[in-house]
Design a protein around this ligand. Structure first.
Ligand code: ADP
Ligand code: MG
Length: 589
């Protein structure tokens, strides 16, 4: 017989509690409902009215990873969802906690990661009349429009339905973030235990794949076969689907070169002979047929315009029908689940004769050789530079990660993001997690925790100093849960770099104050690791960095490496400076 009060040893908010052992609360029903859909892990930050939810879930065997800020807990949940194909679950308190978490739930929606944010909310009556109540906010309506789906559960008997609906919404079709609101009254409502057990549900086939129609497969194969310079473009949707062998088979059977988007790196090893990773421009400008697999023609691909061959045609394997044609005409849409699409393609491929120009792949391979040699030379040229720049540091890191291909790389920043993506080869699927479609900062500590928890693998997070600042306090959560995460901070003292100039004039109030991009080039981030008992390193040379990273990975314990870079290393906005209204160099005269 469940007695929820037994699960709340040090919790002060024990009202309301069942009066009789045969009674349970809504919180108990919520925990059971989550277990029924297979949730065994949660991330969150508790307080009124969900403290007991955390305790009860933990008491029921669900792992609960507590955080310092809800956004970071949400980033952990979204990364957990991306890596497991099960919704990552975030638990938040009402009002501000809800809003902080909603940033991550929205980000999960943009990135197509399955996630459920569960939040407690205050008494509905004074909220609806705007009478002023504790943490009063109409959370359901705030969430709507930002997430894939949003539901509120008002009665304990509806809790199992709410959880199942949220689960299905998160994983089905195009995955996304779902918001599930529980009023305080619902969480505290009391039901008879037997009645509660009867309403629990286990969903049948919660991810049911929709098979694309065969005509769309034939149309796609016909176009692909006719191409002289075809290419396959792999996105993180392809990595997410976990059909690595089938994608490899499609690439290798057709012999068509592929270009991986950032988080699809490693889906096939970056040194694969058909990898056109270094030939982005050539593919955009010259390919006559490009097959998009789990990738969108969004801003990261110039929305299909700009450099792209204007006469090129697209095939798109995509689960969401309304993604098709949203930027550029798609000649052969294949709408449905990617696995089913690729199975059908592999089965029908022998019926088609590919007309690829025999010179196309060797041409791309030659370019790859030249570009890779240029890249290697860049690393070598900067190898001994002191103080270090981004390339010096990456030159020191590259061989260590090459020796440890199974380490998951988390990466955010501006130059730190761009240069790391270019310098570090990925050899295994789903081993690179970055700020993704929205190009947001602040996913570092959360995603590192989510990745470590989801996989049990070691994580190395390469962080710009500014990017780290958004989630840095949750390094303490890495330490509390003793996770095998090494955080590497590239400290160049600023957003983009540490040489921003104050443009005010003598006499103006801000004269002499730090520039908007200036942070703390002399900060000792390693002391943060000392505060929480993690192994800490402060490194100023590539040799020290190599040694520290090797030791940190081998320890399988929390570690932080503060990498001192030159303040002038890095340029404004990294590779995407063109998105600024005016180049900063032209503003500062
Ligand atoms: P990238 O940024 O790497 O290009 P995106 O996140 O923009 O990747 O695109 C991923 C795409 O994959 C989304 O359009 C999403 O709808 C699609 N997708 C996700 N799951 C599936 C699936 N099972 N079958 C087909 N497409 C999928
Ligand atoms: Mg910086």
């Amino acid at each position: 017989m469940a007695d929820t009060t037994n699960n709340t040893p040090s919790c002060s908010c024990q009202k309301p509690a069942p009066k009789f052992p045969e009674q349970v609360t809504g919180m108990y029903i919520l925990a059971q409902s989550l277990k029924k859909v297979g949730v065994d892990t949660m991330f969150g930050l508790v307080g009124i009215p969900v403290t007991e939810v955390g305790y009860i879930c933990q008491g029921e065997g669900i792992r609960f990873f507590s955080f310092r800020h809800e956004q970071n807990a949400g980033m952990a949940a979204q990364t957990y969802g991306y890596l497991t194909r099960k919704p990552g679950v975030l638990l938040t308190v009402s009002s501000l906690g809800f809003l902080n978490g909603l940033t991550a739930t929205t980000n999960a929606t943009v990135n197509c990661y399955p996630m459920i944010q569960i939040s407690g909310s205050s008494d509905r009556v004074p909220i609806d009349l705007e009478q002023g109540t504790y943490e009063g906010l109409d959370q359901l309506n705030v969430a709507k429009g930002l997430v894939k789906a949003a539901y509120r559960v008002n009665r304990p008997e509806d809790i199992p339905t709410g959880v199942v609906r949220a689960y299905r919404a998160a994983v089905s079709g195009r995955p996304g973030g779902v918001y599930l609101d529980f009023t305080t009254q619902c969480l505290g409502a009391i039901m008879d235990h037997d009645a509660a057990e009867k309403i629990l549900q286990t969903p049948v086939d919660p991810y049911s794949e929709v098979v694309p129609n065969e005509a769309s497969i034939d149309r796609a194969l016909q176009l692909l076969a006719s191409a002289k310079k075809p290419a396959i473009l792999l996105g993180k949707g392809a990595a997410y689907r976990q059909i690595d062998e089938k994608i490899k088979k499609l690439v290798e059977t057709t012999g068509i070169p592929y270009y991986p988007m950032s988080m699809a790196k490693g889906l096939l090893p970056d040194n694969h002979p058909l990898s056109a990773l270094s030939c982005r421009s050539e593919i955009m400008e010259q390919s006559d047929v490009v097959m998009l697999i789990g990738a969108r023609l969004n801003w990261l691909l110039s929305r299909g315009h700009g450099k792209w061959n204007p006469d090129g045609q697209f095939i798109q394997l995509e689960v969401d029908p309304i993604e098709i044609d949203c930027n550029r005409h798609i000649a052969a849409p294949v709408v449905g689940d990617m696995e089913a699409a690729i199975d059908l393609m592999l089965a029908k491929l022998p019926n088609y004769k590919l007309q690829m120009d025999p010179k196309w792949v060797p041409y791309l391979q030659d370019i790859t050789k030249v570009k890779n040699a240029k890249f290697a030379a860049r690393l070598t040229a900067n190898a001994d530079k002191l103080p270090m720049d981004h390339w010096t540091a990456l030159g020191a890191i590259k061989p260590v990660l090459a020796e440890n291909p199974d380490v998951i790389l988390v990466n955010e920043g501006a130059n730190t993001l761009d240069d790391t993506r270019d310098a570090i080869d990925m050899m295994l699927p789903r081993h690179r997690i970055d700020c993704a479609t929205w190009a947001i900062m602040g996913m570092g500590m959360g995603s590192s925790i989510g990745a470590a928890v989801a996989t049990g693998k070691s994580v190395v997070a390469i962080e710009g100093d500014s990017a780290f600042g958004f989630s840095g306090m949750d390094f303490s959560s890495i330490c509390r849960f003793k996770l095998p995460v090494c955080v590497v901070i590239f400290n160049n003292g600023g957003i983009y770099n540490g040489i921003g100039q104050n443009m005010s004039k003598p006499g103006e109030p801000s004269f002499g104050e730090p520039a908007p991009t200036t942070l703390d080039v002399e900060a000792r981030y390693d002391k943060l690791a000392d505060a929480f008992g993690a192994k800490s390193y402060y490194v100023t040379t590539p040799a020290e960095l190599t040694a520290a990273l090797k030791e940190a990975i081998a320890s399988k314990a929390p570690a932080l490496i503060d990498v001192q870079l030159a303040a002038d290393s890095g340029k404004e906005s990294g590779h995407i400076g063109y998105l600024n209204p005016t180049p900063l160099q032209d503003v500062i005269v």
